[in-house]
Design a protein around this ligand. Structure first.
Ligand code: NDP
Ligand SMILES: O=C1O[C@H](COP(=O)(O)O)[C@@H](O)[C@H](O)[C@H]1O
Length: 361
């Protein structure tokens, strides 16, 4: 049986270049573990040719393995599987053109299509509608990955789910938070649950506070179209940092199944005290000069609306009212255009002799 898996990315060329997404594919590329007919399509409004996309992707890939493994050759083969189509997110016609190009690659084989919506959430629905009616797979499955933030609040999140379900079944929708795939975050559960030594120490008895810190040394850099609608609280705190907090604070799950882990996280979230205004500070970065280089303010970014008050920095103290964490503040800080790049949970600052991680503040 021949099967073609098509992975389709709705991704902005600029983000692609900056974020080096494709670097994560390198181990798969060099070990040739992709399905035989795997194809990647970029889709966005920006104009670009296949050759330009390939050139951009190639700059994010670097061979760091033994030359005998023909890394360069494998990258070249991979690049030939990358294509680009320019179109609007709400145009059935443009998605039908995309469908035509996908079919050319699929050559009538059984084919699955995975759509990765790396686009601002306010255009998810348009894109899903067009995907579903004009570009879903005729003879395989069609799945959609949506990025956080999933709405702006509970109501908009519920509305988004309702709208997505007009076009997709729940098991076709994958809501992702890429932080959960980070090594540090994955290691947190392993560290905690596979070392018996930690269990008796992992509580209010030995931990004075927990610090979750996200610090980037660059600003929005052209991402104002997305960022200004959400701000740092919805971009980072409500999802990435809250997920880490829940993993850090949850009780041992019944098993490592996603559902069991989710159940424990939910218990943590339900035990959290509503955040008080006096426990939060917000700010926005201004321009400054360092080492003779001038760095722009948030509102100097052309993609940010004039006079925007959207926070790019926030710090908050959160409390979990349960037996394990009663009285222990979970301190969250997140900011763009700060002095250092760091995205780590700072573990716990111990109350006395025991030191899990040396405090840096
Ligand atoms: N950037 C990152 O580091 C990460 C981002 N994400 C998530 O990815 C999603 C997008 O973020 P990001 O890529 O940074 O955002 P961008 O602002 O870079 O937006 C991505 C692309 O979407 C299109 N776009 C932007 N604004 C609009 C608009 N108002 N209407 C229609 N199209 C628009 C543009 O492409 P074009 O004009 O070509 O159509 C743009 O380049 C978000 O959900 C974010 O949470 C998740 C993890 C990391
Ligand atoms: O989701 C997001 O994450 C990135 C940071 O992710 P990283 O994996 O590059 O560290 C952040 O820059 C962006 O604002 C946010 O949308």
């Amino acid at each position: 049986m021949s099967q073609l898996s098509v992975s389709l990315w709705l991704v902005h060329p600029g983000t692609l270049r900056r974020k080096r997404y494709f670097l994560h594919f390198l181990p798969f590329i060099t070990r040739v573990v992709f399905p035989k007919h795997f194809t990647i399509f970029g889709y966005a409004r920006s104009k670009m040719t296949d050759a330009e996309l390939r050139n951009m992707v190639s700059k994010t890939l670097a061979c760091r393995i033994d030359k005998r493994e023909n890394c360069g050759e494998k990258i070249d083969q991979f690049l030939k599987r990358c294509f680009y189509h320019s179109g609007q997110y709400d145009s059935q016609e443009n998605f039908a053109e995309l469908d035509k190009k996908l079919k050319e690659q699929e050559g009538g084989r059984v084919s699955n299509r995975l759509f990765y919506l790396s686009i601002p959430p306010n255009i998810f629905i348009d894109a899903v509608k067009c995907t579903s009616s004009s570009a879903s797979s005729g003879i395989g499955w069609t799945r959609v990955i949506v990025e956080k933030p999933f709405g702006r609040d509970s109501d908009s999140s519920a509305a988004l789910t309702k709208a997505l379900k007009q076009y997709l079944e729940e098991d076709q929708i994958f809501r992702i938070d890429h932080y959960l795939g980070k090594e540090l975050v994955e290691n947190l559960s392993v560290l905690r649950f596979s070392n018996l030594i930690f269990e008796p120490l992992w509580s209010r008895q030995y931990i004075r506070n927990v610090q979750l810190i996200f610090s980037e040394d660059f600003g929005t850099e052209g991402r104002g179209g997305y960022f200004d609608n959400y701000g740092i609280l919805r971009d980072i705190m409500q999802n990435h940092l809250l997920q880490i907090l829940a993993l850090f604070a949850m009780e041992t799950p019944v098993s490592l199944d996603a559902e069991d882990i989710r159940n424990e996280k939910v218990k943590v979230l339900r035990s959290m005290r509503p955040l008080q205004l006096e426990d939060v500070v917000v700010g926005q970065y201004k321009s400054h000069t360092k080492g003779g280089v001038a760095y722009p303010a948030y509102i100097d970014d052309n993609t940010v609306p004039k006079g925007s008050l959207t926070p790019t920095f926030a710090a908050a103290a959160l409390f979990i009212d349960n037996a394990r964490w009663d009285g222990v503040p979970f301190l969250m800080k997140a900011g763009k255009a700060l002095h250092k790049k760091r995205d780590r949970d700072k573990g716990a600052v111990p109350a006395c002799a025991w030191q899990l991680i040396q405090p840096e503040f």
